[in-house]
Design a binder for this molecule. Structure first.
Ligand SMILES: Nc1ncnc2c1ncn2[C@@H]1O[C@H](COP(=O)(O)OP(=O)(O)OP(=O)(O)O)[C@@H](O)[C@H]1O
Ligand SMILES: [Mg+2]
Length: 288
């Protein structure tokens, strides 16, 4: 399902002294099946943007299209339940998404709400636990007895349980330790590949955007600053720095090597392994 925003504006607290235009003149497309990263400085509008994709927020003006669904100001016909079955949204603080007495009930809430028989939903909850890195015994405990990182895993399992065709993740790995962060990202990548999901990942980590995304959207002050593939985005280092962002370490490192060794043609690499391979090959070529 393609997602497109056409001339969207979003105002918070419209008509009050606290009115805030969080998105303006906002037009962008997210290709179906892509792994799209959304980056931008704090307050640039990332969370506001992605909450339009499942109709949690509506445009003040303009139109959002998600496959056959149209979300527009004053549009009443939209079947939000059907839309939300397609679009799974993991909030910036997914811990706040939890509300049931037990982990099992929390994870199976979505599927039951969408008509899956209770026994089947419970089975799926149990199956999902190892995928999100939780032990089976947590099923019967209250989600509120878990650590912040574990609560996040429960919330993510609850979203995956519905099998969404679009998965929207608002900084899902923030505040996790490096191992937890890697596990979490691996989970999303696996889910993306196995289900051909359109994945939209909001992240502050340029490394994650570089490593995982095939499409990047850069926001600045509520507008789309750049959009495209990784090379296209990371070629514009000086503009990225102007708007409070930076290049991923691997790209920055090769940029410096290029400068210090006065090289002309250094390809971009998006992770440390690729960078190391490139340098090893380069050094070997020098020796021969
Ligand atoms: N509920 C709200 N009411 C009023 N203003 C809001 C609300 N939520 C966000 N804003 C404002 O809208 C702008 C965009 O906020 P948003 O949360 O979308 O940014 P963000 O890019 O997700 O930031 P962060 O990286 O800190 O999560 C900010 O100026 C913010 O203060
Ligand atoms: Mg945010």
């Amino acid at each position: 399902m393609d997602i497109s925003f056409n001339q969207v504006e979003h105002r918070y607290m419209s008509g009050t002294p606290f009115e805030k235009v969080a998105l303006k003149d906002f037009s962008v497309t997210i290709p179906s099946g892509s792994f799209t990263a959304v980056i931008g400085h704090t307050g640039s509008g990332k969370s506001t943007f992605i909450q339009h994709i499942n109709g949690l927020l509506k445009p003040t003006s303009g139109t959002v299209k998600v496959g056959p669904y149209t979300i527009a100001a004053g549009e009443k016909k939209i079947d939000l339940k059907a839309l939300r079955k397609e679009v799974g949204l993991v909030f910036q603080y997914p811990e706040h998404q939890l509300f049931e007495e037990t982990v099992e009930k929390d994870i199976s809430f979505g599927p039951i709400n969408f008509g899956v028989p209770k026994a089947k939903a419970m089975r799926r909850a149990k199956e999902l636990l190892p995928h999100v890195g939780l032990p089976e015994h947590v099923l019967t405990t209250s989600p509120f007895q878990l650590s912040g990182g574990q609560m996040r895993r429960v919330a993510i399992a609850g979203v995956l349980a519905v099998n969404p065709s679009i998965l929207v993740l608002d900084e899902p790995a923030a505040s996790l330790d490096p191992e937890g962060r890697k596990q979490m990202m691996d989970l999303f990548v696996r889910y993306h590949k196995e289900n051909q999901t359109t994945t939209v990942l909001v992240t502050h980590h340029m490394e994650d955007a570089a490593r995982y995304a095939d499409h990047i959207i850069v926001l600045h002050n509520g507008q789309v600053e750049m959009t495209g593939g990784r090379e296209l985005i990371f070629e514009r280092a000086s503009r990225l720095r102007e708007i409070g962002l930076d290049l991923p370490d691997s790209v920055r490192f090769l940029e410096q090597i290029k400068e210090k060794w006065s090289l002309t043609d250094v390809p971009m690499h998006f992770d440390l392994e690729g960078t190391a391979d490139y340098l090893a090959g380069f050094m070997k070529g020098k020796e021969e």
